[in-house]
Design a protein around this ligand. Structure first.
Ligand code: FAD
Length: 458
């Protein structure tokens, strides 16, 4: 039976980072990945925010990180059936390195490259190996894993031992569930991500989106993009491909009569989206869950001999600008640091490993999750923001811009009437206050004069 100083399950951003940090410190670490190679089963939009990567691998660009394009422009489109109201932002400042506003990446390439760095540092990466269960000694302390070997290997199963295991096996972590650290994700606390990669010549992408060199676009769509369901659509430019997809709250899909693939087709056919995808050839399609529970759903992160990192721990920045890969990397790094401290002290008990939670609390990961802890509740309580308000906005913009010889007073009266019928002052005010609270902006925490005013007047 093979013995290691640490075992990491899952070679996504969280697991690979943990293995990289541990291997650099001289530990014998096994990085176990059930896919044929790291990234083979992974999927994201996706924009990678590189601050954690840069701190661990400052020369990641020179070392050939497979980055597609840096984000030079961001856009938000509010869609209704057949119409688009859009906001776009770009600035020359984003064209200057270090491009902290993110790079588009394709995970199959990125994860493979990144796991290669962990291997170079000394981690023992084994692919095609699924971890079936955790091994525990007499008092329940985790002391290794039982693995299913690749199909052609003999024996078909095996056991690996280590005084500590880091579970970085993603959102569906059945191992964390079996260890009693967290329940199965409930539909209200996860979203389904579906994504297609489409091939399009590099020059066509640059002409169509007005890009030069390695510039890229990250565009978010709400409203009709998801058929009014909570969530969003996205379109990202890569070098010679486009990433297009949806992230939709699972609860809104559960009672939907439209299959996710059909929903994605409808999004792609929307008149605001279809021209951007014209002549692009489908290359691959995938689906994956995304944790959306936020701070209040983060489970206990340590048990005797066991730590939880990345999506397995629900550490995804549920906010208007969701991000997970950098949170996963940061949590992998901090889990590794907690393991190094525990090893120094010769103590892998839950109490010693609870240092991991303290490190996370000091980092942007738990600080940002806590800052946006009311966001999941805001989304749950305000389905109209996704369902009926996008069409209301279209109707208002359309009425405001219509050229039909109306008197200004007539136009104003029509707009006010439309607004009252489709939105309403009280719903707008209460939603705005809730949004302010969820994002903790605009005087959050000070005396809530607006709420008092509303309470007095309605
Ligand atoms: C559609 C979509 C769009 C997204 N867009 C973005 C974005 O634009 N930006 C962003 O930052 N984040 C985005 N995310 C979130 C991001 O992808 C995740 O937060 C991130 O991948 C989490 O990393 P991880 O290492 O924790 O888990 P994963 O990347 O899921 O990696 C887990 C790994 O564990 C392996 N594994 C699982 N079980 C076992 C087992 N039993 N044995 C061995 N190996 C196992 C898997 O094969 C996988 O390689 C998106 C997600 C989706 C689904």
């Amino acid at each position: 039976m093979e013995r290691f100083d640490a075992i990491v399950v899952g070679a996504g951003p969280a697991g690979t980072t943990a293995a990289l940090v541990l291997a650099r410190s001289g530990l014998r670490v096994a990085l176990l990945e059930r896919g044929a190679y790291p990234g083979a089963k992974n999927l994201m939009g996706g924009v990678l925010y590189t601050e954690v990567l840069a701190s661990l691998v400052p020369d990641f660009r020179e070392r050939g990180a497979p980055l597609e394009r840096y984000v030079a422009r961001r856009g938000l489109s509010i869609l209704s059936a057949g119409a688009e109201t859009a906001l776009s932002f770009q600035t020359g400042a984003w064209d200057a390195p270090p491009h902290n506003h993110g790079y588009t990446v394709l995970r199959a390439r990125f994860d493979r490259w990144y796991a290669g760095l962990a291997e170079e540092a000394g981690a023992e990466l084994v692919c095609g190996v699924g971890v079936d269960r955790l091994l525990a000694d007499g008092d329940g302390t985790t002391c290794g894993v039982a693995v299913r070997m690749p199909a052609d290997a003999s024996p078909a199963e095996g056991e690996l031992r280590a005084p500590v295991v880091i579970l970085a096996d993603g959102v569906n972590s059945v191992l964390a569930e079996a260890a009693g650290l967290r329940p199965k994700p409930r539909p209200g606390h996860v979203a389904l991500g579906i994504k297609e990669t489409l091939a399009l010549p590099r020059e066509t992408i640059e002409d169509r989106f007005g890009l030069a060199g390695d510039q890229g676009v990250a565009w978010t769509y709400v409203g009709e993009a998801t058929g009014g369901r909570r969530g969003a659509g996205f379109l990202y430019t890569n070098r010679d491909t486009l990433s297009v997809g949806l992230v939709v709250y699972a609860a809104d899909l559960a009672d939907s009569d439209v299959a996710p693939a059909e929903l994605l087709d409808r999004f792609k056919e929307h008149p605001a989206v279809a021209p951007r995808l014209r002549d692009a050839e489908p290359l691959e399609y995938g689906a994956h869950l995304v944790p959306e529970g936020g701070y209040d759903r983060v489970p206990p992160l340590a048990r005797d001999g066991l730590l939880l990192a990345g999506d397995a721990a629900g550490l995804v920045g549920a906010s208007p600008r969701p991000q997970g890969s950098n949170y996963a990397m940061a949590s992998g790094e901090l889990a590794a640091r907690a393991v190094l401290e525990a090893r120094e002290a010769g103590d892998f008990s839950a109490a010693a490993l609870s240092r991991y939670r303290d490190l996370l609390a000091e980092s942007f990961v738990l600080k940002q999750l806590e800052h946006h802890r009311d966001w999941p509740g805001f989304v749950e309580r305000n389905p109209h923001v996704f369902a009926s308000w996008p069409a209301a906005l279209t109707a208002l913009v359309e009425a405001a811009l219509r050229q039909d010889g109306r008197e200004p007073q007539q136009r104003e009266a029509e707009l006010w009437d439309l607004f009252q019928r489709r939105v309403g002052v009280l719903p707008l005010a209460t939603t705005a206050v809730q949004l302010r609270n969820a994002l903790r902006i605009l005087g959050y925490g000070k005396t809530d004069r607006l709420v008092e005013y509303l309470a007095r007047n309605w």
